[in-house]
Every structure is written in structure tokens, then in C-alpha cells.
Design a protein around this ligand. Structure first.
Ligand code: UDP
Length: 332
């Protein structure tokens, strides 16, 4: 296959690129390196099947050429994180909605045989049903969630109107080596591993009993690749999760270290938990990596987080001011 991976220099994208190359596919990475890093592709940088295009998805003319002759497009390129999305909603709109529109137009012009969109489980907001099926209502709580969901809407619209063979995977709390640690606060693994390296306590939110469906990155990559091959997948939205939950207290026990407690964040769910029956039935996909194994892998790769920011209760408070301001009680 000739493939495109947008956001291929990011956390999940770089794992997908490695796997596609290992399977013998040609990979064209489209990444503007705004949050992705070329270093994430270090292990495959000499591979002759890899072509890197430093381009911005918001500029249609600059991305079109790369789509020529491509079979499958994996669209992961997006802005992530909650707080910056609250501060700069239009930047998120441009990157995640307009950018997706451009990717769809380029894919349509090139007549690609599959486009796989990476969506976010944050679209469910605080769901009524656990485990949460794809049929649950969509209730985005902040611009990141909204723009990723709008991107998904575009994808299905292009499927409907232009017959583009599309599929969308809604990912739940992905973790693994190279999990992103940008300057912005978020993503618990990067926060905790940097704290562990620095000998600082883990900043546990609330009482740590909240649970997440933590999904290991290699399982996500497998789902993406299966989605690119399955005819059954076309036109569907599929959750990708482990189908299990672990509390933050359990995570802290596995990571082993001191703990300090910080306030709960407004709008944050007590639970994320994917109903994965649809992806099991559609793709025959099953998660393979147990949480304990995944956490052990993170600890084995902990040096990656040596350069990551070390957060403490005060710096988290400062970084989260807009979170509390806009998502707090007064807005219900
Ligand atoms: N979390 C925590 N301390 C932190 C950051 C996160 O206890 O410093 C918890 C948070 O309450 C949530 C989980 O870790 O239950 C995952 O948080 P993350 O921001 O990674 O993802 P999300 O909340 O969007 O699911």
C-alpha cells in the first residue's frame, strides 16, 4: 500500500508509521512539526519507503501533491489539549476542521481507496451510559472536543456526498512510549513520569478513584491498520478502547511513588469506558496489551520524559486557570 499519515511525527502517528513500514508499505508523512517532533521518527528515518513532507494541513496547495497514487490516508494531524483549545478556539478550528476539509479534498481528488479519521472519545463529554457505545449522544465540553467532532462530521459528509470510503475511530485515553509532553498541561502519563524522574509527588486529581479506559498505542495502531483493510469498516464510527477501566490510584500504585492531591477539574468525567463490541464485530479487533504490561513498558522507556516539564500543584493551578474559569460551575 501507498499510505499517507498526517501527524506522522506525533505520538500515535509515529507508532503507526513504524508499523506500516515494518509491514512493507510506503509511507508519506505530512506534519507541520508544530507539536510533533522529527525525533519521534528517529528509528525509521533512514527507511527508503518513508517520505517526510513538512507541510501545514491548512494549506491545500501544499499538501495536494503528496496524495497522488495513494491508497490509504490515515488522518491524525490535529491540535490536541484542552486548555489551549479554550484559549485559542479558532486555531483549533483551523487545524482540526479546516485542516480535515483540506485532507478530504486532497483525498477525493486523488481517488484514494480509504480514509481513516482519528476521532476522540472526548466527543461523549460526560456520558449517561457505561461502557459507552458509539450511539451515545455527542456532547463536546470544550473546543478541542468540538473541533475533533466537527472533523468527524466532515469525514462522513464526504463519504455520503462524494462516496469517499471513510471510517472514523474514536480513541480512548491512548498511552505508550513517546506519549506527548508539550508545554501544556495534560495527559496523565507524561505528567506522572516526569514527576517520578524528578523525585516529585504524583499530582493526583480529586481522590484518585476516577477511572479511565487506558488504551495502549500498539493496540490503537492495529485497529487503524485493520480499519484500512476492512470493507465492513467503511462508513462506520468505531470506538477504540481497552474495554476495561483503571483508577488513577491503581496507576499510582503501579508507578510507585509519593502522592499529592489537587482539585478536581470542572467538566471532567469520573469514568471513561469504551463499549468495544462494535469494533470487535466489525474488524475482529481485540486489545492485546494489559494495563500492567503497558505501564511496565512506560517505565522501561521513562528516560524519554527526562526533558518533559515537571508539574507541581502550583504550576498546574496556574496552567488551569482558564479551565476553571470557562468550564466551572457558573456555566453548568
Ligand atoms: N490526572 C491526575 N493528575 C494529573 C493529570 C491527570 O490525577 O496531574 C487524572 C485525571 O483526573 C484523569 C486521568 O488522570 O482521571 C487522565 O487525565 P488526562 O488529562 O490524561 O485525560 P482525560 O482527563 O482527558 O481523560
Amino acid at each position: 500500500m501507498r499510505t499517507i499519515v498526517t501527524g506522522g511525527a506525533g505520538f500515535i502517528g509515529s507508532h503507526l508509521v513504524e508499523r506500516l513500514l515494518a509491514l512493507g508499505h510506503e509511507v508519506r508523512v505530512l506534519d507541520n512539526l508544530s507539536t510533533g517532533q522529527f525525533a519521534n521518527l528517529a528509528a525509521v528515518s533512514g527507511n527508503s519507503n518513508l517520505v517526510f513532507h513538512q507541510v501545514d494541513l491548512v494549506e491545500l496547495e501544499s499538501i495536494q501533491g503528496a496524495f497522488k497514487g495513494v491508497d490509504a490516508v490515515f488522518h491524525l494531524g490535529a491540535l490536541a489539549d484542552i486548555v489551549p483549545s479554550i484559549q485559542s478556539p479558532l486555531a483549533y478550528f483551523h487545524a482540526n476542521v479546516h485542516g480535515t476539509g483540506n485532507v478530504l479534498e486532497a483525498a477525493r481528488a486523488a481517488n484514494v481507496s480509504r480514509l481513516i479519521y482519528v476521532a476522540s472519545s472526548s466527543c461523549y463529554g460526560i456520558p449517561d451510559v457505561y461502557p459507552t457505545p458509539e450511539s451515545e449522544p455527542v456532547r463536546p465540553q470544550y473546543p478541542y472536543a468540538l473541533t475533533k467532532y466537527l472533523g468527524e462530521e466532515l469525514v462522513f459528509h464526504w463519504g455520503k456526498v462524494y462516496g469517499l470510503p471513510v471510517v472514523s475511530l474514536r480513541l480512548f485515553n491512548v498511552y505508550g512510549p513517546r506519549a506527548r509532553t508539550s508545554g501544556t498541561y495534560g495527559a496523565v502519563f507524561g505528567v506522572f513520569l516526569a514527576q517520578k524522574l524528578a523525585g516529585k509527588p504524583f499530582t493526583v486529581i480529586g481522590d484518585g478513584t476516577q477511572v479511565r479506559d487506558f488504551t495502549y498505542v500498539s493496540d490503537v495502531v492495529e485497529a487503524l491498520i485493520l480499519a484500512s483493510r476492512s470493507e465492513e469498516a467503511v462508513g462506520r464510527v468505531l470506538n477504540v478502547g481497552s474495554g476495561k477501566t483503571y483508577s488513577i490510584n491503581q496507576l499510582v500504585t503501579l508507578l510507585d511513588g509519593e502522592v499529592t492531591y489537587i482539585p478536581r477539574r470542572p467538566g471532567e468525567p469520573d469514568c471513561t469506558w469504551a463499549d468495544i463490541s462494535k469494533i470487535r464485530n466489525t474488524l475482529g479487533w481485540r486489545p492485546q496489551v494489559l494495563f500492567e504490561q503497558g505501564v511496565a513498558q512506560m517505565l522501561a522507556n521513562i528516560e524519554y520524559w527526562r526533558e518533559a516539564p515537571v508539574w507541581d500543584p502550583e504550576s498546574i493551578r496556574v496552567a488551569s486557570v482558564d479551565w476553571f474559569k470557562y468550564l466551572g460551575e457558573k456555566h453548568g
